[in-house]
Ligand binder design. Structure first.
Ligand SMILES: Cc1cc2nc3c(=O)[nH]c(=O)nc-3n(C[C@H](O)[C@H](O)[C@H](O)COP(=O)(O)O)c2cc1C
Length: 365
């Protein structure tokens, strides 16, 4: 091939070598990927403004001026304000009873400390705004919004030379964000880990890429091999945004119990469920998701109330390392994650396989 197919407009925009973005909650994973020539976006939706500022500094100290991103959730549908306790008091009794029954049936232990959710930006708009202000003050190179349109921060971000990426699951969300002027769109399909829409990756990426003109489109959902990377570029994407791929890598701080489950998992071990947060989410199947899927289970509550309800189970399982109860967001590409490699090796393998894929299609002349 005369031209390097992996040299895309996303590489030019971000000054990176490979068009691969790691979404991760682990700072060590983020810096490994960045220093190996990719890009990383750190998920900080659960953190206080002070923690976010400290993490931004931690990354800056280790990447020698290279750019990075921070991801928050900015859902417009959550209450404007309200403490955890106030929000908790709105949960109906039949739902509380159902959660108690699950707790008894599976002998779910209590969390060891207070529920972690106090700072989740998806809890209320006031919290999300405080998190966002830190990113603006710190002039982080890229702000990504995993839930909710980031259009309202575009002016403030661009004044500070910050790029804004929006993550979408529907073509009409992409259209609105493109019209608003976001700098890149992550078109995320049903295969993806975490909160995701119902349109498959193959369809959403091609559809959004067709409407995007010069704005880079980034494919997300199920990308776990170099063939997925090559296919994403063929669909019109300028890069890939990946989550599941990094969860079980060497540097990842994910619990070893979950890492082992991920390495053994096939795509049949993930489930698409609203039972954890009230919004559709792909996770490893667990007793909580299974019970809420049964006939006779109460109607799942809207965000953020279902998240408040599930937090006792999730945190009880995690704090006590109950392998039979624990879950984690995981995408349908999980079956290709089979060995625990350093993040740098994962990136290089992805790139090498993508190049081999292109060469096998078009030849190397
Ligand atoms: C453990 C985990 C947690 C996630 N949490 C968030 C989040 O807080 N915000 C967000 O924008 N995306 C989140 N995602 C989704 C990723 O941003 C990404 O879109 C998704 O992982 C892509 O699909 P893949 O896992 O198949 O690569 C999460 C993904 C994983 C694996």
């Amino acid at each position: 091939m005369n031209k390097d197919p992996l040299r895309t407009k996303l590489c030019d925009m971000l000054g990176i070598e490979f068009p691969v973005i790691a979404f991760t909650h682990c700072k060590d994973v983020a810096t490994s990927v960045i220093n190996a020539g990719g890009f990383a976006v750190l998920g900080e939706a659960m953190h206080t403004p002070d923690e976010i500022a400290a993490d931004v500094k931690w990354i800056r100290d280790r990447v020698n001026g290279k750019p990075f991103g921070i991801d928050l959730v900015l859902p417009a549908s959550v209450p404007p304000s309200g403490s955890l306790d106030e929000l908790m008091s709105n949960i109906p009794e039949p739902h509380r009873r159902f959660a108690r029954e699950i707790k008894e049936r599976y002998d779910v232990p209590d969390p060891k400390g207070a529920v972690d959710l106090h700072q989740w930006g998806g809890l209320n708009q006031e919290l999300a705004r405080a998190q966002l202000d830190v990113l603006l003050d710190e002039r982080v190179p890229v702000i990504a919004s995993g839930l909710g349109s980031p259009a309202f921060i575009l002016d403030a971000a661009h004044e500070r030379d910050i790029l804004v990426f929006g993550l979408v699951g529907k073509a009409r969300q992409a259209k609105r964000q493109l019209e608003a002027g976001v700098d890149a769109i992550i078109a995320q399909g049903y295969d993806a880990a975490g909160h995701t829409g119902a349109v498959g990756t193959f369809s959403i990426v091609a559809e959004v890429a067709a409407m995007a003109r010069d704005t880079p489109i980034i494919a997300a959902g199920g990308v776990t091999t170099g063939r997925h990377l090559a296919a994403s570029l063929c669909l019109g994407a300028a890069g890939v945004w990946t989550g599941t791929l990094w969860l079980a890598c060497r540097e990842s701080d994910v619990d070893m119990i979950i890492k082992e489950r991920l390495l053994a998992a096939t795509n049949e071990d993930t489930t698409y469920s609203r039972s954890i947060s009230g919004m559709p989410m792909r996770v490893l199947s667990c007793p909580w998701t299974q019970e809420w899927a049964k006939p006779g289970a109460p109607e799942v509550l809207n965000a953020p109330y279902q998240m408040l309800l599930s937090s006792d189970y999730i945190q009880g399982a995690n704090d006590n390392r109950r392998a039979d109860l624990m879950t984690e967001a995981a995408g349908q590409g999980v079956g290709f994650v089979t060995t625990m490699k350093p993040a740098k090796q994962i990136l290089y393998d992805l790139v090498e396989e993508a190049l081999e894929t292109f060469e096998s299609i078009v030849g190397d002349s």
